[in-house]
Every structure is written in C-alpha cells, then in structure tokens.
Design a protein around this ligand. Structure first.
Ligand code: CTP
Ligand code: MG
Length: 592
C-alpha cells in the first residue's frame, strides 16, 4: 500500500516526461476523429493564409503593371474567395479544437471528482480543501490550454513556417537568405524571454492556489475567526498571500510587455532588410516588384510562428506540471478497499468486538494501543475520557473510515474489512459531532442515505425524532431549501435532522459523537429525546459528554492515552474513585 506522508503539494516537476505526455494524450485519444477534422481545417486555413502574398505578386506583376484592369477584377475575386475559405476553415478549426479540448477536460474533471469520492479520510486529513480545488480549476485549465490550442498550433505554425520558407526560396533564394539572417535573433530572444515569462506565470499559478486555499479556509472558519476577533491577523495574513500573487502577476505582465515589442521590432528590422536588399534586386531586374511585395507579406507572416513555437516548450512544461499534480490525485489509491470476496450480511444482530486493535494516523505515533472491547447486541456503550484520548478514533475504526494497523474488529463475528461496503454502511450508522447539512431541501437531507424512501417514511422518522415540529414551521416545510452547512438551521435543528436521517437508515449499530457546547439547554432536551428514540433497540457507541447519556449507558469505557483504563457501569466506576470518578466530578462542577 502506498501511503503519502510528505507534503503532497511538493511534487518535483520535470520539464518533459514521455510517459506523462503519452498519458495526457490518452485523454485526447477518444476524440481523435474530431481532432483530425480540426487538423484538416487547420491545414486549409494555413494554406489559404500562405496564398495571400502570392496573389499580391500576380496582381502586381501580371495585371497592375501591364494595366489589365479586367484581369485585376478577376484576381480580386479569387482573393476574396480565398479569404472566405480562410475565414470558414479558421472558424471550424478553432471550434473543433476547443470542443475537443473541453470534452477531454470534462472527462478528466469527472474522473478526478469520482476518484476524490472514494479516497479515504487519511487523504483529506493531509490536504487543504483549497489546494485540492485549485487542482480542479487552475491545473485543469493549464492542461486545457495546452490540449486545445497547444498541439494544433504547433502543427499549424510548422506548416506556415515551412511554407513561407519554401515560397521565399522559390521566388528568389538570395533575398530569402538575407531575410532569414534575422531568424536566429528572433528565436533566441523569444526563447530567452519565454523561459522567464513562463517562470513568472508558474508563480502566478502557485500564488493564486495559495489565495484560493486561504480564502476557502477563512470562509469555512469565519465563525471562529470572528469569535476570536482574529480578523485583523487574518487580513494581514491574507494581504501577504494576496500581495505575492499580485507581484507575480505584475512581473509576468511586465515581462510580456517587454517581450512582445521586441519581436515586433525584429520583424520591422526584417522588413527593412527586405526593402533595402529587394529594391536593389528590383533595380537590377533580378526580381519583379510583385515578388518584392510578396516578400514583404511573407516577412510579417514568418515571425509569428517562430515566436509561437518558442512558447510551446513553456506551455508544455506548464501542462506537464499540471498533469503531474492531477495524476498524483488519480494515482492515490483509496486506502479502504472492499474485499474481493466481500461478505454480505443479511440479518445483523449487532455484536461488535475489538481484539488487540492498534492504530495510528501518521504511521508512527500510535493513537490506540491494543484496545479490546466487546459489545453485545443492543448494548449501550459510552466512551468517555480526556480530550485527545482516542474516543473518536475508536469509532472511526468501527465505521471503517480508517483501517487498523493491527488486531481485528468484527461485526457479528465477521471481520469488518471482509464485509461488503453496502452491508457495513447499512449496519453501522453514524451521527457525527458536527452535522453536515447539504445544499438541498430538508427532505433531501433526511433521505440522504436512502434516496428511495418515500414521503411518509420521511415524515414518520421526523415525527419520531421530534424534528417534524420545526420542519412544519419552515416556509415550505419539507421542501424548504437549506444551505451548505445548514446556515439557516440552528445547531439543535441540525442535530434533529441528523437523528431523523440516521433513524430512516435504520442501522443495527449506532455511533454517536456527541457535541456538548453547540446546543443550548432547551434544545438539548429535544435532542436528548431524539437520541433516545434513535438508540432504542440498537447497539450504541456514544462518545458521551452528556452526563445523562453516560449514566444511562449499560457500560462505560474510560479511554486515556489510547487505552481502555476503566470499564463498567456508572455505579461501579464511581465506587472505584479513579479516573472516571474525577472526570465525573469535574463535569458536575462545570454545571454549577
Ligand atoms: N489525531 C491525528 N489525526 C487525526 C485525528 C486525530 O493524529 N486525523 C490524533 C489526535 O491528535 C489525538 C489522537 O489522535 O492525539 C486521538 O484523537 P481522537 O480519537 O480524535 O480523540 P478524542 O478522544 O475523540 O478527543 P475529543 O474528546 O477531543 O474528541
Ligand atoms: Mg472526539
């Protein structure tokens, strides 16, 4: 199993890697037909582009100088025809190339999203959401740029460049050679400047990723930020990140502004050279005026492919870096895998056993140390202990959000790692500390785990958990839209929804990670009642902060530093006067 424990955003970038390139091309392959057609249009567009100066040559030499006005009209007509063909083929070339690139990007983005859905908790533990998002946006758009225009542009530039060179040589090789003397200068300046411009652009992409990531963090954490009046500090922090992005962009723009005129200046120099030498050839009757005019036309056409070709390397490099980051996610295997000979559980009794379970998040410092426990069907178990003791970790393992490093966890005598995902998810229900409400309607949020459930079923569980009362007071009842994280719902209401959601899913084993502080006393009672309904007849593991939950549990496990240090019902543990006794007294004191 491949586990990443380093910083996932520090990926070394090689300028060009064949395997990576071929893999990237693999995403274009399904569209090779439309890409081919785009290529044909591009060829037509390049050729008609090349025809312009040639037409000018014949117009001057064969019609203007001999004063053949009728013939001139004919050639103007031919020229217009060529322009129309050029216009139409350029249109189809651009359209098809863009369409193909967008289709490839669509497929890649979809694949990336599907893969993210199955990646394990550990993957997300180590990454900022903003950084993952920037791979979806910035990196994919860098790839898009390369795939849509990059590849076809190279071919078209090469055609135009070779065509121009051949046509010039065929008209007059001496004048052609004089013109070509400027070429190395253009190529060198372009290449030199380009690498700087590309580096600057890379900086802009990296810094915008930081901006996104910081923004995302501050939006998700806005409550904490304001609660602790961290606004000033965060603004300063953001200003720094934002400024880095600003500076990177200014630098890139400055370089680009410097670079563009340089190529233009060289192109003007080329034209001057053609006029200077060409005029002498005309006077010496070695070439016609038409040829000189055609040369002037080709000189200007000749620099843009040179300039563009010098950019290709840079955009290739950017695409390589982007694809490396995108493929890195695609190549991260999901850690939690369904067993090949997965077992389906039909009748779940709800017996859970941990045997000598050892676990760590980072592969080094153990968080759980040889934990053994046994829960009979229907037993209510409370997990208590100091913060960071490992309570949430125990239930994370039971829900198979992570796999244990050693030991075994069984459900009705079967290893949970051998159960099919469907059986496990149906058997084990989770109500988390911080209930996540998705954008959608109240009803959609309740049927989250079982989309097939009908309206009556939803209302039944809502009534049982006591959520129906507040839902029916909402403007559109069950069809009211709630926002991400349930901004419009109170913490208590969100918990009632979570209870209804879990009750509808009807798992044999229930995991509750209680939140203490988020609910006030009056809604606390409502939530408490909902939980009692929900817990009825199920094996329950509750990370308990509420004294009532703890007291009513059949058995209490006291966790400290990754071990079960005490175990038994409330009365017994109180009588022992050890850790549990102290924790309990502390809580009572806080309530005063
Ligand atoms: N931990 C970690 N990586 C995570 C989650 C937790 O390294 N993704 C570590 C924590 O730093 C902690 C230990 O694992 O030291 C146990 O965490 P947890 O089981 O979440 O502790 P709880 O007992 O649930 O603590 P609390 O009461 O505060 O929820
Ligand atoms: Mg916890």
């Amino acid at each position: 199993m491949r586990r990443h424990f380093g910083d996932p955003d520090e990926i070394p970038v090689k300028p060009f890697e064949r395997g990576l390139f071929l893999r990237l091309m693999g995403y274009v392959k399904p569209f090779r037909k439309s890409l081919f057609i785009a290529g044909v249009f591009m060829l037509v567009s390049s050729l008609t582009d090349l025809a312009g100066p040639l037409v000018l040559r014949y117009a001057i030499d064969s019609y203007i100088i001999p004063r053949n006005i009728l013939g001139l009209w004919q050639i103007i007509f031919v020229y217009c025809l060529i322009l129309v063909i050029n216009w139409v083929s350029t249109y189809y070339n651009t359209y098809l190339a863009t369409l193909t690139g967008q289709k490839a990007m669509f497929a890649l983005r979809q694949k990336l999203f599907e893969h993210l859905q199955v990646l394990s908790f550990r993957f997300f533990d180590r990454r900022k959401a903003g950084k993952i998002m920037s791979r979806f946006t910035n990196d994919i758009s860098a790839l898009n740029q390369f795939l849509t225009s990059g590849i076809l542009d190279v071919v078209s530039d090469l055609i135009v460049l070779c065509g121009t060179i051949l046509l010039m040589l065929s008209m007059n090789w001496k004048l052609a050679l004089v013109t070509f003397t400027t070429l190395p200068f253009v190529a060198l300046t372009a290449a030199g400047m380009r690498s700087k411009v590309q580096a600057a652009y890379r900086d802009t992409r990296n810094t915008i990723a930081d901006v996104n990531s910081s923004l995302q963090e501050n939006i998700s954490g806005v409550r904490v930020v304001q609660a602790f009046s961290r606004e000033k500090v965060n603004m300063a922090g953001f200003e720094q990140i934002n400024r880095r992005n600003f500076q990177a962009n200014v630098k890139a723009a400055t370089l680009l502004a410097l670079f563009m005129p340089m190529v233009d200046i060289l192109s003007v120099l080329g034209s001057i050279l053609v006029i200077w030498y060409g005029a002498r050839l005309v006077v010496a009757h070695q070439i016609t005026v038409g040829i000189l005019a055609a040369f002037l036309g080709y000189v200007t056409r000749f620099y843009s492919p040179v300039r563009d070709l010098s950019q290709v390397w840079g955009s290739l490099q950017a695409a390589m870096a982007a694809s490396e980051r995108v493929f890195e996610i695609l190549d991260t295997p999901p850690e939690i895998l369904e067993s090949l000979d997965a077992v389906e559980l039909t009748e779940v009794r709800g017996e859970v056993e941990f045997r000598e379970v050892t676990f760590s998040y980072d592969g080094e410092s153990p968080v759980l140390d040889r934990v053994s426990l046994h829960a009979r069907p229907g037993e209510k178990i409370a997990l208590v202990g100091p913060t960071g003791a490992g309570k949430t970790s125990i239930i994370n393992l039971l829900a198979r959000f992570y796999d244990a490093d050693a030991g075994s966890i069984t459900l009705d005598g079967t290893e949970i790692s051998r159960l099919s995902f469907k059986s496990l998810r149906a058997a084990v229900g989770v109500v988390l500390q911080d209930t996540f409400i998705f954008a959608g309607t109240v009803r959609e949020n309740i049927v989250f785990g079982c989309p097939a459930a009908g309206v009556e079923a939803v209302e039944r569980v809502a009534r049982l958990t006591g959520a129906h009362e507040f839902i029916s007071r909402l403007p559109k009842g069950y069809e009211t839209q709630v926002m991400e994280r349930g901004v419009k719902l109170s913490a208590g209401q969100r918990q009632l929804l979570a209870c209804a959601r879990a009750l509808l899913a009807d798992p044999r084993i229930l995991i509750l990670d209680e939140a203490t502080s988020s609910v006030d006393v009056s809604s606390e009672q409502a939530v408490q009642r909902a939980l009692e309904v929900l817990m009825e007849g199920r094996t329950c593991f509750t990370v308990a902060h509420r004294l009532s939950t703890v007291r009513n549990a059949d058995r209490i496990l006291v966790i400290a530093e990754g071990k079960i240090v005490e175990e038994g019902p409330h009365r017994e543990l109180m009588a022992r006067k050890e850790l549990y006794f102290r924790l309990y007294l502390n809580q009572l004191k806080e309530l005063d």
